[in-house]
Structure formats: C-alpha cells, structure tokens
Design a protein. Sequence first.
Length: 388
Amino acid sequence: MASVPPEVERAVPSALTGPGLGVRLRQLRNRLLERPRFQAWAASFPLTRRIAGRHARALFDLCAGFVYSQVLYACVKLDVFEQMAAGPRSAAELALRWQMPMDSAQRLLAAAASLQLLERRRDGRYELGMLGAALRGNPGVAAMIEHHALLYADLADPLALLREGAAGTRLSRYWAYAGDRCGTLEPHRVLAYTQLMARSQHLVAADILDAYPPTRHRRLLDVGGGDGSFAIAVVSHSPALSAIVADLPGVAAAARQHIAARGLADRIAVSECDALRQPLPTGADVASLVRVLHDHDDGPALILLKRVHEALPPGGALLIAEPMAGTAGAEPMGDAYFGFYLLAMGSGRPRTAAELSALVRAAGFAEARPVPTRRPLLVRVLLCRKAE
C-alpha cells in the first residue's frame, strides 16, 4: 500500500488520531457562530432556521431570566394562583384587590400569561395556566420562591459575591448554622430554615420512598432530620419500622413538637446531637442524609459520613438524597443554581453522584450506587453500604 505523501499528512490535523479532534471541531463551531453573516444565514436557511431560533431564544432567556423570576415572585407575593383557583378573574377586579393601577395589573397578568403561569381567556379574563396550577399544588415551591428574595439581593453584585464570599450576605444570616456549629443554637435562630425545608419535604420523601422502600429495615437514623418530616413519612410508609431523628438541640426541640403532634412519639425518638463533634446514636440499620451533604464543604461532609459509618452495624445502609450536579436534562440546576445559592449561603457545594461516591468510600463505606428516582431534578438517591 502506498504511503501517504508528506504534504497530505501535514494537511490532515493530528487531532484526527487523538482527543484533540473534539477541541478543534468546537473551535470551528464557535468561530462560525461568532460571525454575524453566519448567524443571519442560519436564521434564514430552512434546515437550520429552527435550531437558530431555539438558540436565539435560549440566549434571550438567559438575559431576561431575572425579570421572569421577578414576575413569578410578584405572583407568589400577591397570592395570584390561590385567587385564580376559584375561577377566572378580570384585570379590573385584580387591580382593585392588589391596590395597584389598572395598567400595572394588566402588565403583570400579561407577563404571567406569557410564562404559562396564567392563561388569558377570550373574554379578557385570566385563569390558571399549566405552570400556575402545578405551583399551586406544591406550596413548598411557593415558599422557596418567597425565600429567594434573599438570594436575589445577594446576587445584585455577583462579582462581589465571587470575590468576597458570603461574609455579610443575607442568606448566610438566614442559614444560622454557617457561623455556629457547636450545638448551642437557640430554636428561634433555626426555626425559619427548618420550616422552609419541612414545607417541601413531603415531595422529596415521596420520591425517596418510591425509589427505595425501607420495608427491609427495622430502624432508621435520620441525620440532620430537621423537624422530623422525613422520619414521619418513613414510619408512616412502613408500620414495622421505628426511627431516630438526630439534629442540633435547637432543631430537635421543633422535631419533638412535630412528632408528638402527629402521635408518633412512641415510634420516633429525637437525639440532640452535633454530628460534626459528637458520635451519632447507634441501634439503626439504615441511615439517611436528606438534603444535608450539599450544605457542607468537603471536610465537614466527610466527618458526617464517617459519623454515620461508625453508627451503623456491619452491612448497614445509608441513603444520601439530594439534588446533584450533572443531572441529565437539569445541568443548570446543579452548577448554576445551587453553585451560587450555596456560595451565598456560605457553606457547601453541588456534587455529582461520582463525587459523592468518592466521599462515601473515603468515609469507609464499601459500596455506593445510584438508585433511579422519578424526578431527578428534585432529588436523586445514592445507596451506600457498610461492609459486612
């Protein structure tokens, strides 16, 4: 077979035989996309017109996203979706109810309709849209939207946040644990955050229990269990199972009240424990960390995992349940949303399932495998086991 002439060999990019090919193709793509003439051609050529339109819309949505979020925030603050539940409403009626000029009410309603939060009827009145109806059915989401006012204020100067960190941010003051991990927090300092997490816990719990029914276990240790909402969901799902909720003293007080109010004090014990400094209670064969690890940097997260490993018997299981970075179809949720939310909070970072698995094994666990959930954007589950 004839050899390739030297001039041809030089003309063929060396990247064709190595990993550099992808880099060169992306560079070519980016050079094309940067050119206004190519953009204009792609927007008019029949085979690329739809793709170009989607990209233009995506870029515009990135620019306008903050405005969209403020429309949603205004609707939640005005309780729009609950008011619409009884039936269609006119702009005039709502302007009077909201105590704002007619033009302003119409502007908000039109904006909400464009975002599918509302729908405009032929008679000019408005009713719930698809997204508004879904939001009304999830009060925990509405609570989180109201809470985001703190994050929006902290992101007013994103460069200052990136350069200076969370010192003095509103979100770090709200998340009281960031500056006090000695277990001396008073109940009133942690109540707001505990209640916020509890309002969406039922959604998370349902998906976790669907992915991993705990019927094979006899006792759960819920570490950082807040007001006991997850433990309550677990023992309600599995009548033969009991639980221990372990959290800081200020949080444990709220858990005792909530558990007693549900009539489950005989099945759910509450342990006052700072797991970063103290051993966890033993006696459980399965433990859970539900939306806990991503609130902690790697060092504290590893300590928590080691505490859980020590508390479990040989063969014991650990469920790690939280939103994870790198979730297919929801990539911005991890690194964009949680990346900046946790930065403003002053603790923690989003992690992929692989990064969590590495932490789990560093803590001594023999196994860590993902368990599919029905809504991975909301929560993903990692099932870990201690060696026999």
